[in-house]
Design a binder for this molecule. Structure first.
Ligand code: COA
Length: 435
């Protein structure tokens, strides 16, 4: 059948499409900046039609369904928290599901299938294919497996290349509504972040393949890589810093041992400039997250260097990244996927970087993890920890050696109390000069 006819037959208003959501359904929503914001706002406007609709996904965008007072209508159950869903969890109006990012597509395909998928797609190309754009991750899984697929067709969504395409015949309802994608504000890079960035950059060699987490530290690290040659990217996500180094010629992907010449990602968040940059750009490959974040795929990149952040590290090297005590802050995301992939990569390094304190008041290196916190990266997987005071190598080191390494990169104000704990634990004097 002519795809143009299919498209026209299925083109409806948001209200017509959203009436197909039933009370008690599980609704999967597109990820991060690819959230179909217009559809979600309309769904909230129509809230009286719904009772106990479960809303699921990962990093939410604006998440209007998570606003106060909507819980009898919408029950968010998310695998990662952002500002709106974190507040909803704190009000006990949302729940959190722990899940490795690489395992999210399998979970939605085989265990928690969605009744209705709400996604953003580009307008169809001349062959009748729409692209999921800047969020391939599990948004593609929702589009492929939702029992009912409702797409907001948004001309502002970049058409990205890789495994991002959905044929119009696989979508049940199209709602045309153009709205600029939400942009990620530029991170604030202070002195501490710059110092950490300098240490990280000193660990990166020409030809390395990088994964970068979100935030100021990865961007600060990239700022100190302007003298590097032929870097590659295989990363769950990227933002503007990667674009800047691609444009400057430091990232060429030429020496990658998997997907040579291509920047491989599963999603991105950045400025409008970046959204324009990836549009129809053959130097990028977007794949679903069960491919990009599979440690067995990641390890095929030689010299894989992954750079992530955390909330707390204890003296054994247990890394907490998603919670502060019992308060769920974010989730595991792709941290462990990349930590493992880098560990198994020939010449790989995994780096967890963080400021040494929370605003100078609390040491992030601590004798014990806070009661109630869940460990993200275990003592068996951890390798390098970086603060503004230096680099601690923990992989292959004893518990005593780890503690010494960590105390030496803790904030000076907290070293004495950490040293006291060391002496209590290991029965001998802490020597500041001994690694
Ligand atoms: N004790 C108490 N509170 C702490 C803390 C500690 N040791 N460390 C951080 N916090 C608080 C901060 O004060 C801040 O609180 P606020 O939001 O109320 O101000 C909050 O935790 C976040 O800290 P911040 O330093 O601003 O976080 P960030 O934006 O740099 O993100 C992570 C750091 C760890 C939360 C983030 O990297 C993450 O979620 N990681 C897990 C997922 C992941 O690594 N994915 C990989 C690829 S994207």
């Amino acid at each position: 059948m002519d795809w143009k006819k299919i498209y026209q037959d299925r083109l409806v208003t948001a209200e017509e499409a959203l009436k197909h959501i039933k009370s008690g359904d599980r609704v999967g929503v597109g990820h991060a900046m690819a959230e179909p914001t217009y559809l979600l706002e309309e769904m909230v406007r129509m809230k009286e039609l719904y009772k106990n609709v479960e809303i699921t996904g990962l990093v939410p965008g604006k998440a209007p369904y998570a606003a106060e007072g909507l819980y009898e209508h919408f029950k968010p159950k998310m695998m990662f928290l952002g500002t709106a869903t974190r507040k909803a969890v704190e009000r006990q109006e949302a729940e959190f599901i722990p899940c490795f990012f690489n395992d999210v597509p399998r979970t939605y395909r085989d265990v928690l299938p969605v009744d209705v998928a709400l996604v953003t797609l580009t307008p169809p190309d001349k062959h009748g294919y729409c692209s999921v754009g800047i969020s391939c991750d599990f948004t593609k899984t929702f589009a492929d497996t939702g029992k009912i697929v409702i797409a907001q067709i948004n001309k502002h969504m970049p058409r990205t290349l890789g495994d991002t395409f959905v044929h119009v015949s696989d979508v049940d309802f199209f709602v045309e509504y153009d709205q600029p994608l939400t942009e990620l504000g530029a991170p604030v890079i202070g002195e501490v972040e710059s110092e950490i960035g300098r240490y990280i950059a000193s660990m990166v060699k020409d030809g390395d393949c990088l994964q970068l987490g979100i935030g100021a530290i990865p961007d600060a690290a990239l700022q100190f890589m302007t003298d590097k040659k032929d870097l590659g990217i295989h990363s769950e996500m990227i933002s503007d810093g990667v674009m800047n180094l691609m444009e400057a010629g430091n990232i060429t992907n030429k020496r990658k041992t998997l997907h040579k010449n291509k920047t491989v990602v599963t999603f991105l968040m950045g400025s409008q400039k970046m959204y324009d940059y990836v549009d129809d750009n053959p130097s990028f490959l977007f794949y679903p997250v069960d491919y990009v974040n599979d440690p067995r795929v990641i390890m095929q990149n030689d010299n894989m260097v992954c750079i992530n952040s955390c909330i707390q590290v204890d003296l054994q090297g247990q890394v907490v990244s998603g919670s502060i005590g019992l308060r769920q802050f974010s989730g595991v995301g792709g941290q462990v996927d990349f930590v493992r992939g880098a560990l198994w990569s020939k010449g790989g390094r995994n780096i967890i970087a963080m400021p040494s304190t929370v605003k100078g008041k609390v040491s992030k290196i601590s004798p014990f993890i806070t009661e109630g916190s869940s460990v993200t990266t275990s003592i068996n997987d951890v390798d390098y920890i970086v603060t503004e005071y230096g680099i601690a190598k923990l992989g292959s080191k004893s518990l005593q050696e780890r503690a010494r390494e960590l105390i030496n990169i803790a904030h000076p104000d907290f070293r004495a109390e950490l040293a006291e704990e060391y002496e209590r634990r290991f029965g001998h004097k802490f020597d500041y000069n001994k690694q």
